[in-house]
Ligand binder design. Structure first.
Ligand code: SF4
Length: 338
């Protein structure tokens, strides 16, 4: 039985000291290592980082949908006065898809290809609400209309392959909204879409946040997408949050070398014409054998002796702004010329 205390903040979601490990043929993977974050009603928190940084594992753990090779889950995930990590699988099923819903990356894989989308959305509603098939279908059409699918009543009878990528993603968002969740977890929901459709889906999510008071945990590796949608941003690297701040602070006053690297590798329209895009040197570390000290040290241009020896603690560097780096305030000012 996991230790259960009480929530310490009034945030809608309060993740504390989350650790998740997987067993693999190569060894134990520490996918998430001491992650703490909060999410408030009507807020978009973006988790950003390269593939394998622990973003999706954090989200799946909140949903209680860890893969079968999970070896360890520790920490606390508070939602509406309950530590989700202490709930039974049955209790968790009442929350997943009902109070906390997810929009995955690829709608063509997420939908069952052999049923019309209206039927699938109606079934998702009936899994949590005592409605007749006819009532659930009516609600499914209303949801498709709400997410901007043209001719919603007709589209409800279409199979997933009859929809464009953007339409299918809207339908998937409708399914996630089926039970009026408090939290929407969106895992790279625009990655498979072209840029104009991507902008429409981001606009839709912003609209839903405003009109429904949804809290959104949005996962992406794209700084441009984060800039468009985030209220706050948490940067993840090798299973840890290395920097977290509100979106303006993170983009205009970043304090961590990895965030500097992400920004320097992104095309910015407000950057001077002579600023060149630079990739971050090297590759993310092997999660089976993470480097000692700061896990970013093999790629960091500003590495110091202590970086090889000790992992830096997350410290408050400004109000509502935390970062984990051994650089002094003076060194950060000197090195961050982005
Ligand atoms: Fe770079 Fe050291 Fe800061 Fe890690 S702690 S980001 S290696 S300067």
């Amino acid at each position: 039985m996991r230790k259960t205390t009480t929530p310490k903040t009034d945030a809608l979601l309060d993740v504390r000291g989350l650790r998740v490990s997987f067993g693999t043929t190569q060894g134990l993977v520490r996918a998430v290592n001491d992650v703490s974050l909060t999410l408030n009603r009507g807020e978009v928190l973006v988790l950003i980082g390269e593939s394998g940084s622990g973003k999706s594992v954090t989200a799946l753990t909140v949903l209680g949908a860890m893969p079968s090779n999970t070896r360890q889950v520790a920490g606390e995930v508070w939602f509406q006065g309950q530590n989700l990590l202490s709930l039974s699988p049955t209790a968790m099923r009442h929350i997943r898809g009902n109070r906390i819903a997810m929009v995955p990356q690829d709608p063509m894989i997420a939908f069952d290809p052999v049923y019309p989308i209206g039927v699938q959305i109606a079934e998702a509603i009936r899994a949590h609400q005592p409605l007749s098939r006819r009532e659930a279908h009516k609600r499914a059409v209303a949801l498709l209309d709400q997410v901007g699918l043209p001719n919603a009543a007709r589209r409800a009878s279409h199979f997933p392959h009859q929809l464009s990528g953007g339409m299918a993603q809207r339908a998937l968002i409708a399914m996630a909204l089926a039970c009026g969740p408090d939290i929407l977890i969106a895992d790279e929901p625009t990655t498979a879409l072209d840029v104009t459709v991507q902008a429409q889906i981001l606009e839709l999510l912003m609209h839903l946040k405003e009109t429904m008071g949804l809290a959104v945990l949005f996962i992406t590796h794209d700084m441009g997408v984060a800039a468009q949608i985030a209220d706050r941003v948490a940067v993840m690297y090798a299973g840890r949050i290395v920097e977290q701040a509100d979106v303006d602070t993170l983009f205009y006053r970043p304090q961590h070398p990895y965030t500097w690297g992400l920004l320097q590798s992104t095309l910015r329209l407000d950057a001077p014409a002579d600023v060149e895009i630079q990739a971050i040197a090297g590759m993310p570390p092997n999660p089976v054998s993470l480097p000692p000290g700061c896990t970013f040290h093999p790629r960091c241009p500003f590495v110091k002796k202590i970086c090889h020896e000790a992992y830096p603690t997350l410290e408050v560097v400004a109000p509502n702004h935390i970062a984990a780096c051994h650089l002094s305030v003076q060194e950060r000012k000197e090195f961050n010329r982005g």
